[in-house]
Design a protein around this ligand. Sequence first.
Ligand code: SF4
Length: 334
Amino acid sequence: MEPWVADLLAWFRANPRPMPWRGHPDPYAVWVSEIMLQQTQVDTVRPYFGRFLAAFPTIRALADAPDEPLLKAWEGLGYYTRARNLRKAARLLVETRGGALPQTAAELRALPGVGDYTAAAIASICFREPIPVVDGNVARVFARRNLLRGDFRKPAPRRALAAWLTPHAAASGDPGAFNQAMMDLGARVCVPRAPSCLLCPLRPGCRAAAEGRQADFPEPPPRKALPERRAEALILRDARGRLLLARHPGERLLAGFWELPAPDALPFPLPGGRPRRVGTYRQTFSHFRLTLTVRAAPPLPDAPPLPEGFCWCADPSALPLTTAARKILARRRG
Ligand code: SF4
């Protein structure tokens, strides 16, 4: 084992970062945590993790989960395809492996929603496979330590870094701890701006720190403008105070969630002309930016019957709502 690996492990053991999934004896729990942590901060995931496991304590329970409780348990965490893929993978595991997780990164990688990073994290942490994780945090640490050039969002530089790290993960004797140490170092010490080099266990061999070039690595990727989408959302209640909601159409992203309907897509004519504009809501998704014009109409004295896909809802908090609907309603309440 090279000295920097020993230093990294010693730092990790001396600076524990308690997380409810760390040291969890059930690989299923580690899998759930790794999926939740994709594109989401640790502190955001904490409360969701316990609630999700309480609702779906086993792979079999997750495989049997109906849509609404599943989406409700994920509501607010974003990137909902992750929840659907988790259940899809759970169903596959029940059908093909009696509900047990495979133990190698290669087999884990074949599950829906499991990429290279997640597969490596689960296999190393739960099953001690000597395979390194490479995410943005880890890439930043080693781009600086080794003065590596390239865009680490692309597969080729990630693969090259993984190949360089593999023998070190193996030599560490505890690949799970090695990987978690690298993740923690990137998240807590070698942070994007103003890294804490004086506290860093890798400082003795770090070329960026030696040359004062921490800000030059990793190289920033070229900026890409996101396309803009515009839409409208209507706040409409009936005389009993029930809110009109529409189920989001389509197969992907927000399918199954309830949202405020667009005023021009109502299943009945709205009296009183165009509803008044009461605000604007903006949200950035991974592939586009959304601007919603929020409109409100006076309550309807008689609630018209609704076709499938719409509902008059007395308690919207009981349904899985899109983030936009949740935030717009909270803003109106506040
Ligand atoms: S010494 Fe500084 S730049 Fe180098 S790896 Fe540590 S925190 Fe990052």
